[in-house]
Design a protein around this ligand. Sequence first.
Ligand code: CO
Ligand code: CO
Length: 306
Amino acid sequence: MVGYDTSDDACVYKITEEIAAIHTVDFFTPIVDDPYLFGQIAAANALSDVYAMGGRPAVAMNLLCVPNCLSLETVHQILLGGHDKAVEAGCAIAGGHTIQDQEPKYGMCVTGYVHPDKVLRNVGAEPGDVLVLTKPIGTGVITTGAKADMVSREDYDAATASMAALNRTAGELVQECSHVHACTDITGFGLLGHAYEMASGSGVTACLFSADIPLLNGAKELAEMGIIPAGAYRNMDYVKPSLFVDPSVSRVLVDLAADPQTSGGLLVSLPRKESEHLIQRLHAASQTGAIVGEIVPNQGHSVAIL
Ligand code: CO
Ligand code: CO
């Protein structure tokens, strides 16, 4: 049902009239020093694509690369972090594969399920929709700043907690909406890149409201000091040919929109009327829920930052 032509979050394969399987895989090198936390973040990130497709994860397989120098206890902590996230997601871990490699890497291959009529794609956004985001932006900037010891303990903990948080609650609340047009999760392409994929694939323009984008504490200050990960510039170059930036928007907010996220939130395109209900329910469940933009008829560019 869904392949790779629109850079969607996962592939979807219809099994019966009632059931479609969602398949996705993701793994990466450690972005935090704590092995247990790394395991949690890598698992939350891998599971996220299932939620972005409107599904629920069912079975996962571990993918692990370990250098010889890594202690058994460290390896155990990584796997425990992944295990605990899978349990939280109600997803079984059915095995996996480990190889030796110079740099540690961890992630999961996840299978989930969705009703074939309830698949949420990253395209299908319509004029009149608003864009709702369910986690704050800034994990790329914060983890880059942390490498240079420029992030307070408090801000760092908040950023890592956000990355380790499942998109489960947000995903379930989105599934309860009767009229969602498009949904994706924000990861390496940043809010800007994923909004671009959604808008260009839908043949519309996404207008991002720069002042309304929720940011992790400390992210704006770091961006103002020029602490921007290289990936943000790659995202900007990717979107630039189809981007309009209003002259009144500060450079820092544009950089943050392009900041690559690890295990970011869901970006949901749905009619404005329906969004109020979703945001209320997100807030009631202690989740972030912010209108960060709107969809308008095609203006000749895919994304505008206002
Ligand atoms: Co995704
Ligand atoms: Co509709």
